[in-house]
Design a binder for this molecule. Structure first.
Ligand SMILES: Cc1cc2nc3c(=O)[nH]c(=O)nc-3n(C[C@H](O)[C@H](O)[C@H](O)COP(=O)(O)O)c2cc1C
Length: 175
């Protein structure tokens, strides 16, 4: 099972990206979680660009989403909503059926950011009829380094939560 992980943060030491990486390393047998690294290289969506041959970065991104069996998103809150780069990445998919029927679950790397989570849940429920709002994993990781996050997620009590989340999402993707 191929899972694509989208981080809403383009920050080098992003806690959301580090969480996705740590969870990816904990994936059970048969589940392959790959981070999409190029969200910051996608051009701003415009229907005009879509009418032309698609830029390589966009084509590659759409292919990766299309080939995945499910998508996990983890994002910071920017100005009480989802970051523009993540919204742009989602916008690139809405005029085609790539996300319709795509299983999607959320993770979040902060105790703050509930306005963003509300907005992102509304967007994802609009673009996919298989967004699973109840399959959700949250840790309070603000200001932590990727190394600290890796260590924290590996602790047995947290690894159990990660495992339960991934197993629930895998079952949802298969259903
Ligand atoms: C431009 C910008 C806007 C932000 N706006 C908010 C906000 O509205 N509410 C909030 O709780 N945090 C806000 N933050 C803080 C981030 O959500 C927080 O630092 C997050 O954990 C960063 O995630 P990352 O480590 O994955 O980059 C903002 C940060 C930036 C850089």
């Amino acid at each position: 099972m191929k899972i694509l992980a989208l981080s809403g943060s383009a920050r080098r030491n992003s806690t959301n990206t580090a969480l996705l990486r740590a969870v990816g390393r904990a994936a059970p047998e048969g589940m392959d979680i790959r981070i999409y690294e190029n969200i910051g290289r996608l051009p701003v969506y415009s229907p005009d660009i879509e009418a032309e041959p698609l830029p390589d970065a966009v084509r590659d991104y759409i292919d990766r989403v299309a080939r995945s069996d499910g998508v996990i998103v983890s994002s910071p809150e920017y100005v009480r909503s989802l970051p523009g780069g993540l919204k742009n990445a989602i916008d690139w998919l809405v005029s085609r059926d790539t996300l319709v029927g795509k299983p999607i679950a959320l993770m979040h790397a902060s105790h703050r950011g509930d306005d963003m989570l509300d907005a992102l849940r509304m967007v994802l429920a609009t673009v996919s009829d298989r967004f699973a709002p109840d399959i959700f994993l949250r840790f309070s990781l603000m200001k932590m380094t990727p190394e600290e996050i890796a260590r924290l997620i590996a602790r047995s009590e947290n690894a159990e939560q990660v495992n339960a989340f991934l197993r629930a999402f895998a079952a949802f993707c298969r259903s």
